[in-house]
Design a protein around this ligand. Structure first.
Ligand code: CTP
Length: 398
């Protein structure tokens, strides 16, 4: 927590009085706190208390009324290592989920690159309402962290779930998160994901069943651990969540190759997770090819090997990882690919394992390292597989 920069967003709930304790607890741990408060929040706790505790003026409006100073929500959003909204009312949660940027807090939230933690506080029925729950689900799906409210007596004297989590607990959540999740801070990591499509004519292509799930999970995991990620994605329906992922959509192997070669020289590592088509049609037909009763012969040309090209240009301080999806002689093929492409490690999955490979939500992998070490893993959800792979990568980057 020491030296971490935290934006504390305070909104109009009676639990705002606890924000003073929260500020104290953050500061005691050595964090720097900037309070951003909504107009309704100021009805519950005075900015003077908060600025006395943080040693910084409290920000509420886009402009400081008396001297016209403009507060940049963009700079603020980039400054923070974490953003905490405590207490978060149903109204603020709704605005955050739907991008209604009508106050300084929401504009700052939309500009923030750092992880965001939301501690709801409201009456039990408001919290249980499907609208609130739907908005919280939306916020979760965007990668925000919800600090669940506690159960107990509420300001309305009713009993139920809706009480903002205690300040000490919120600090604990942040502390744990920041300690474990920053091992890739300052690193640039390139990830390729999904299939490539090689055009035959305006309506047809050669492709494969890759869903991109594994590559996207890897990109999210790297970003959550603090890396700046460049995700080069083939045609997939996956969505990115984390704000530190710069996604570049491509279609063909050639396009993926061009982007990968231009991004890798400034990267610390690349994970080649895409299922790149090995061949592309020699000729592309501008017109839709018509049916005929003759056999049709499609002549294919080899595509460039992206991993091998990066392997050739790799410097000593760069890491390169690849995947091998095999159906037979798994280890032998994977080892030969690792050597041929100059990879530091290769992630082997076998199509013989049920629940592994394309389109599944799970995977079972073994990591083979160029120094001969082999690390087998159990069948797991792809998110957890990604965490295992990124942990191995993190050791190389230390
Ligand atoms: N790869 C790549 N560019 C290609 C082909 C593969 O970057 N044109 C990468 C993949 O992303 C993966 C690794 O190389 O990390 C191995 O891919 P794979 O398709 O298994 O290997 P190939 O070299 O294509 O061998 P084969 O298809 O014969 O198994």
């Amino acid at each position: 927590m020491k030296g971490k920069k935290i934006i504390l967003g305070i909104t109009g709930s009676i639990a705002a009085y606890k924000a003073a304790y929260l500020v104290r607890a953050f500061i005691k741990k050595g964090a720097e706190v900037q309070v951003v408060i909504t107009p309704a929040g100021k009805e519950f706790i005075t900015p003077v208390t908060l600025s006395a505790l943080t040693g910084k003026p409290v920000i509420s409006e886009f402009f400081t009324a008396n001297d016209g100073t403009w507060h940049s929500h963009v700079d603020l959003g980039l400054w923070a290592d974490a953003m905490v909204i405590a207490p978060a009312t149903a109204s603020t949660i709704g605005k955050m989920a739907n991008g209604i940027a009508d106050n300084m807090l929401i504009t700052t939230y939309l500009s923030a690159k750092a992880p965001v933690f939301i501690a709801p506080a409201m009456d039990l029925d408001m919290f249980a309402h499907p609208t609130t729950q739907h908005n919280l689900d939306l916020l979760r799906s965007y990668g925000n962290h919800i600090i669940e409210p506690g159960v107990g007596e509420l300001a309305s004297h009713l009993e139920g779930k809706g009480r903002m989590e205690e300040p000490d607990k919120i600090v604990e959540v942040l502390e744990r998160f920041l300690a474990s999740r920053c091992d890739l801070a300052g690193k640039k990591i390139v990830v390729t994901a999904g299939p490539t499509y090689e055009k035959i004519d305006p309506v047809r292509f050669i492709g494969n069943y890759s869903s991109g799930k594994m590559g996207f999970a890897l990109a999210e995991e790297c970003a959550e651990r603090g890396a700046d990620v460049v995700l080069i994605a083939g045609p997939v329906s996956q969505k990115t969540v984390h704000r530190s992922i710069r996604r570049i959509d491509v279609e063909s192997a050639r396009e993926m190759y061009d982007v990968a070669l231009s991004e890798y020289p400034t990267a610390d590592a690349a994970i080649m997770c895409a299922a790149v088509a090995d061949y592309a049609p020699e000729h592309y037909s501008d017109m839709k090819i018509k049916r005929s009763s003759d056999d049709m012969i499609l002549r294919l040309r080899p595509n460039p090997d992206i991993a091998a090209a990066l392997g050739k240009m790799k410097r000593d301080n760069q890491v390169l990882a690849g995947f091998a999806l095999e159906t037979d002689h798994e280890e032998e093929h994977a080892l030969s690919k690792m050597k041929r492409k100059n990879l530091d490690f290769i992630v082997l999955n076998s199509l013989k394992d049920e629940g592994a490979g394309f389109r599944c939500d799970t995977n079972k992998v073994t990591i083979l390292k160029s120094d001969g070490e082999q690390i087998p893993f159990d069948m797991k959800p792809k998110k957890e597989v990604a965490a295992d792979i990124v942990s191995v990568l993190g050791k190389y980057l230390k």
